[in-house]
Design a protein around this ligand. Structure first.
Ligand SMILES: *[C@@H]1O[C@H](CO)[C@@H](O)[C@H](O)[C@H]1NC(C)=O
Ligand SMILES: *[C@@H]1O[C@H](CO)[C@@H](O)[C@H](O)[C@H]1NC(C)=O
Ligand SMILES: *[C@@H]1O[C@H](CO)[C@@H](O)[C@H](O)[C@H]1NC(C)=O
Ligand SMILES: *[C@@H]1O[C@H](CO)[C@@H](O)[C@H](O)[C@H]1NC(C)=O
Ligand SMILES: *[C@@H]1O[C@H](CO)[C@@H](O)[C@H](O)[C@H]1NC(C)=O
Length: 277
């Protein structure tokens, strides 16, 4: 009985010790980086009370190991320098300590979105639909996307609402927005559009020019080819018609006569020439 109790107490103590040992290892990190007021940053991790010796460490950005950040050192305090905080370097960073088990901590480097149009201008035919696309880079990705139609002076004409009068439809993913403009009208739909992406750090936008061609304009290339063919046929026809009077004394006879004149050197070539032509 006493032995059993001792066993239970021991087990509980061991459990406690293990749980305590596991939770004791902790990493304190530098605060998250705010790209609005920081142009460079030094990320740091400080590992306290490791349960096992540290055999090395590395850093990751968005889950990918950062080049040359892997070492075998047993340091408990490590740093990673970001020379320029921008949409290229922004991301979810993590420091990983190679101990038993591995431990890590994350630090966010946040910047306003960087929004770019997939194409600066888009052409579409009247009555057809156009697709305007914008993309975003950086971290975090936009939580909101909005589209505007701009006036000639670049001020906002309308804030586009998804599904409004079946004209517009938006499809958004965190890193991409697509605006479908349907049943294109040459007067009202042509012009400049603006896409805007917003995250907690701010927003950014870009512009796309939409050109609408009349349905007749879509025919122009075809009409051009038809015109070309007609002109070609006309030229061949006229050429053939002008050749017709020669046809009687064409070929051998003409050849023979010209060679004769050349060989004999007699007679006036101009006279013969006039007759031939
Ligand atoms: C940066 O700005 C945020 C608010 O936008 C503020 O909370 C933070 O303390 C600022 N950081 C520095 C280093 O100035
Ligand atoms: C790491 O954390 C320990 C314990 O909190 C502290 O004593 C030590 O100064 C820290 N090291 C650095 C480099 O900040
Ligand atoms: C950090 O640790 C957690 C759980 O321990 C693990 O799921 C995650 O993959 C680790 N992250 C990195 C970057 O190693
Ligand atoms: C816009 O509406 C369509 C259809 O009603 C829907 O499939 C799409 O997810 C909506 N997009 C946004 C950004 O709300
Ligand atoms: C956008 O995100 C999707 C997954 O959500 C990914 O497959 C794609 O590569 C990303 N595109 C860009 C340009 O980052």
């Amino acid at each position: 009985m006493r032995r059993k109790l001792f066993g239970v107490v021991l087990a509980v103590c061991i459990g406690w010790f293990q749980a305590g040992a596991l939770t004791d290892a902790a990493i304190t990190t530098s605060p998250e980086v705010n790209g609005q007021n920081q142009t460079s940053a030094t990320l740091s991790c400080n590992l306290t009370n490791p349960t096992f010796p540290v055999k090395g460490h590395y850093w990751t950005n968005n889950g990918k190991i950062i080049d040359k950040s892997e070492t075998n050192s047993d340091e408990l305090y490590i740093e990673h320098e970001i020379k320029k905080v921008d949409y290229h370097s922004a991301g979810l960073y993590a420091c990983v300590f190679l101990t038993e088990p591995q431990v890590n901590a994350t630090i966010e480097v946040k910047v306003p979105p960087h929004v770019v149009a997939y194409k600066r201008s888009e052409n579409a035919n009247e009555k057809d639909k156009a697709v305007l696309t914008c993309m975003s880079q950086g971290y975090p990705l936009p939580t909101d996307w909005t589209w505007y139609k701009l006036k000639d002076d670049e001020s906002v004409e309308t804030a586009i609402v998804n599904g409004s009068d079946v004209k517009y439809e938006m499809k958004n993913t965190p890193n991409k927005t697509m605006l479908y403009v349907k049943d294109l009208d040459i007067n009202s739909d042509m012009g400049m559009y603006q896409c805007q992406g917003t995250n907690q750090m701010g927003s950014d936008s870009d512009k796309i020019q939409l050109r609408v061609r009349s349905q007749l304009a879509a025919l122009w290339p075809f009409l051009g080819i038809v015109a070309e063919v007609i002109i070609l046929i006309a030229i061949i026809f006229i050429y053939e018609k002008r050749r017709k009077p020669d046809e009687i004394n064409d070929g051998r006879a003409t050849l023979l006569r010209t060679t004769k004149t050349k060989m004999s050197g007699k007679g006036t070539p101009t006279e013969k020439g006039e007759k031939v032509s």
